[in-house]
Design a protein around this ligand. Structure first.
Ligand SMILES: Cc1ncc(COP(=O)(O)O)c(C=O)c1O
Length: 425
């Protein structure tokens, strides 16, 4: 007897495509020593040393990581490390395992208060930005986070996977569409048609560039558009006291703008901040109770809270500006040597374009020369936009940046002098 096969709808996702295409490149990356690397960090030298040998890379091979999002190197800052240890001692517990809506130790509340003061908003912490997004977007879809009306949810085509992954869940609560990248006309047309619209996008794209925050604010003003930004890549690296790109530029900081930022990039610790303005206590309770894993899963552990408190303190000092300026100087040096579409902006990520055929080989040559840059390819990026992703940090030295630029030129990256400079974005 033949038994029945299930028939997938594939309305919002398709693992056959994702795994089928993506896994080939991951396998190639791993075979070429560009994925699956295990390496020890030498904090003083700012380098990594591979633990195990590989067909192309020997054990003990030293390299500089140009693909790490700790843009200000705060993850290794002595005060941040000490903050984690001190909080563990102070609270005497790593993780008191019970839903926060029932009983919580005051550790995470302390961090929420500190971040709230830093960002000038109400902050709810989550264990990760992905977890926050998975909790919040369905509440926006059902109108419980917002003004009570179920919005048409527009996802930007390039919205980070942590947001795109939630489409099927949101689609069970409301109508969901995918828009061309930051297509303001598309959004405005929807605002004219639907009683309520929510737009979901990156504030700072993981592949470079910032969202049109001011133009979106005009639509927010005109139509009551709600915008959900993931501004993870600019937290700490951008703005006074590191408030990020969106909160530095959006004239609308009220209940129409919701920002989520990971604490795991330039902020240098773990977890995420949900940044809210204008929401009452009752809505905050709805988030805590019905934001999925925000309630039923673990909170930030005490070490992460302590590290976060220490990082927040650094954000209140001149050291933060000094680190941001060091980062910007390193970015400018890189831009003076290698041309990319992102050149001229303060954004810490650069994409050196390559073809699907050359990107792995190029990445291998670069790591052999002592620098790690991650090859990106479909489905990490849209088809036909493969390249080597370079991430700049405050702690990289001039010698390291020049060394990387030299080897990138060898693998075909256009040098800055060879092309017309792009206008500053
Ligand atoms: C835009 C964006 N959002 C979220 C994340 C993931 O953050 P978290 O680790 O806090 O879930 C990433 C990770 O690369 C990202 O690029």
């Amino acid at each position: 007897m033949t038994r029945k096969q299930t028939i997938p709808t594939h309305a919002w996702r398709n693992n056959d495509k994702l795994v089928g295409i993506g896994n080939t490149f991951w396998d190639m990356s791993e075979r070429n020593g560009l994925a699956g690397i295990v390496a020890d960090l030498d904090v003083d030298a700012g380098t990594l040393r591979t633990r195990a040998g590989h067909e192309f890379i020997a054990a003990g091979h030293e390299f500089v990581n140009f693909s790490c999002c700790s843009y200000l190197d705060l993850d290794t800052h002595p005060q941040v490390i000490e903050g984690g240890i001190e909080a563990l001692r102070r609270y005497g517990v790593l993780d008191h395992c019970i839903a926060r809506s029932r009983v919580q130790i005051p550790a995470m509340l302390e961090l929420e208060q500190s971040l709230g003061e830093l960002l000038g908003a109400t902050v709810v912490c989550a264990i990760a930005a992905s977890t926050a997004t998975f909790g919040l977007l369905p509440l926006i879809a059902s109108g419980h986070l917002g003004n009570g009306t179920r919005p048409l949810m527009i996802f930007d085509r390039y919205a980070h996977i942590s947001m795109a992954n939630v489409k099927p869940v949101c689609a069970d609560e409301t109508e969901v569409v995918t828009a061309p990248h930051h297509d303001l006309n598309f959004i405005e047309d929807a605002c004219k048609t639907y009683a309520r619209v929510a737009y979901v996008c990156d504030g700072s794209d993981s592949l470079g560039g910032y969202a049109p925050v001011r133009e979106l604010a005009e639509l927010q003003d005109r139509y009551g558009l709600l915008v959900y930004y993931d501004d993870s890549h600019s937290m700490s690296a951008y703005g006074e006291r590191g408030v990020g790109y969106v909160r530095s530029h959006s004239p609308i900081l009220d209940e129409r703008t919701i920002v989520v930022m990971t604490l795991n990039k330039a902020f240098g610790t773990s977890g995420a901040a949900i940044v809210l303005d204008g929401y009452d206590k009752q809505t905050l309770r709805i988030i805590e109770r019905f934001g999925g894993a925000l309630n039923y899963s673990q909170l930030l552990n005490t070490a992460a809270v302590g590290a976060g408190l220490a990082s927040a303190e650094i954000h209140r000092t001149a050291e933060l500006t000094e680190l941001q300026n060091r980062l910007y100087r390193n970015i400018a040096l890189f831009d003076s040597l290698v041309h990319t579409d992102q050149a001229g902006s303060t954004y810490p990520i650069r994409l050196v374009p390559m073809s699907d055929e050359t990107v792995i080989e190029a990445g291998r040559t670069v790591i052999e020369a002592g620098f790690y840059v991650s090859p990106v390819f479909f489905p990490i990026v849209p088809r036909g936009t493969a390249g080597l992703r370079v991430m700049m940090r405050a702690g990289q030295t001039e010698e390291q940046i020049r060394g990387l630029a030299t080897v990138l030129a060898e693998v075909g990256a256009p040098t800055a002098a060879a092309v017309e400079p792009e206008p500053v974005r």
